[in-house]
Design a protein around this ligand. Structure first.
Ligand SMILES: *[C@@H]1O[C@H](CO)[C@@H](O)[C@H](O)[C@H]1NC(C)=O
Length: 158
């Protein structure tokens, strides 16, 4: 998507398109993340939309789309997502509407050496406190090993 934006850069509509990208409206920008021990896969990119500047500002009452592109090193019939919010070093379970990775853009069974886009949404409830925290997102295979484990900082805002 980003390269698509840059190509459009040459266009007459440059300013318009670029400012849309900057506002995070049409272009997903790869998010800076830490790998927290992806064992049975390798992460290529992480996109959060919308996320205009980093750390991503998550507005209460809104939902954000998450797109993790990874390569699997194993075969797996299943995949299960686990999300935690790490607040002052303590991981707190963060409920997501769909835990089944096989219903989140991944066609199961997962094949070895195949690239996948894991697509899910991150709903930010109004009752969440307005704080900075680190989101830890894991996707586990049949053997409960992480196909990916990523950490990225976010800021919850009112
Ligand atoms: C997910 O991200 C990848 C890599 O940036 C991109 O190629 C793909 O189109 C994205 N998928 C969606 C549905 O946004």
């Amino acid at each position: 998507l980003l390269s698509h934006c840059y190509k459009r850069n040459m266009d007459v509509r440059t300013g318009f398109i670029v400012s849309l990208c900057l506002m995070g409206l049409t272009c997903a920008e790869p998010v800076k993340y830490l790998d927290c021990g992806s064992k049975s896969g390798k992460v290529a990119t992480v996109d959060i939309t919308p996320c205009a500047s980093q750390p991503c500002q998550l507005h209460k009452g809104q939902s954000y789309s998450v797109n993790v592109t990874f390569n699997s090193a194993v075969e797996s019939q299943t995949s299960k997502a686990l999300v935690h919010g790490i607040i002052a070093g303590v991981p707190v379970p963060f409920p997501i509407p769909m835990e089944d990775g096989c219903k989140s853009g991944i066609q199961c069974p997962i094949q070895k050496q195949q690239s996948y886009h894991y697509l899910n949404s991150l709903p930010v409830k109004t009752e969440y406190p307005a704080i900075k925290l680190v989101v830890e997102w894991e996707l586990r295979d049949d053997d409960k090993q992480d196909l990916f484990c990523i950490r990225f900082p976010v800021q919850i805002v009112s």
